[in-house]
Design a protein around this ligand. Structure first.
Ligand code: B12
Length: 211
């Protein structure tokens, strides 16, 4: 395994030019693309997530780091087939029906992609039935729902009930989030987890997949 400390430093600095340079240099020197993704890019993004959760990083820092990782990933992609791409798991995510807020949901999706989850983003105003068909289509490990309105939060429970009726609930872990959502609400509706931000969502998803 190579030393990716410079690459990780460039990610933390949000320096995408340096990040792509270091990626290409390492590839030219024969570094393994898989190793670079998992020990370099994903490892760097995990640190970014922790710093965001700890309040040391803010949304702009996170966006810059995510851009650096995305650009480096673009350089690596042609050298990896889909099956070689290290993936931590599959996540279907969407904002529930009647709700058009997507900034937080997009951030969460970006965080998860950054650390190596395969994310299927269903967008906003996602009807209950669409979550169910998406689980059948994509066979995810995790279903994530976002709600920013107190009036749309109850839909999360409807999705859980619909997954249960379709006998799909035992196959997935359900996580919920959004400004009005709390751990208490998540427990009440029978969700498997709640996270207050993107960094915490990474830890939550990793923990749920270890169970
Ligand atoms: C931006 C915004 C809008 C934008 C949305 C743009 C967009 N593309 O998203 C616009 C202007 C369109 C909008 C519209 C409306 N809005 Co608005 N909006 C906001 C505002 C100011 C910020 C939301 C935001 O983006 N925050 C930043 C992100 C990063 O934070 P976040 O969403 O909470 O996400 C983080 C976490 O919650 C978590 N997370 C989020 N999703 C998920 C999912 C999972 C699975 C997990 C684990 C974690 C997680 O991680 C994220 C990243 O750290 C909030 C105020 C607020 N303080 O929340 C009001 C707010 C949510 N809106 C509100 C309202 C009322 C509306 C409208 C009804 C207004 C109107 N009368 O038309 C409409 C709703 C239309 C609809 N049907 O949805 C109210 C809701 C009140 C309530 N109690 O329900 C709020 C609270 C404002 C207020 N104080 O009154 N809004």
């Amino acid at each position: 395994m190579s030393d990716y400390s410079n690459l990780i430093q460039a990610i933390l600095e949000g320096n995408y030019v340096r990040c792509v340079e270091l990626t290409n240099e390492a590839l030219d020197e024969g570094a393994s693309p898989q190793d670079m993704v998992s020990s370099g890019l994903q490892a760097g993004m995990l640190i970014v997530g922790d710093k965001f959760s700890a309040g040391d990083f803010f949304i702009p820092d996170m966006l810059l780091a995510a851009r650096a990782v995305t650009r480096a990933m673009e350089a690596i992609r042609p050298r990896l087939s889909d099956s070689e791409m290290p993936t931590l798991g599959r996540v279907v995510i969407g904002t529930v029906s009647g709700d058009i807020h997507d900034i937080g949901k997009n951030l969460v999706a970006m965080f998860l992609r950054g650390v190596g989850f395969e994310v299927f983003d269903l967008g906003t105003g996602v009807p209950v039935a669409r979550f169910v068909t998406a689980v059948k289509e994509h066979n995810p490990d995790i279903v994530g729902m976002s709600a920013l309105l107190t009036t749309t939060m109850p839909d999360m429970q409807h999705v859980i009930a619909a997954l249960d009726s379709a006998a799909l609930l035992s196959q997935v872990k359900v996580i919920v989030g959004g400004a009005p959502v709390t751990q208490r609400f998540a427990d009440q509706i029978g969700a498997d987890g709640y996270a207050p931000d993107g960094g915490a969502t990474i830890s939550l998803c990793r923990k749920l997949l270890e169970e």
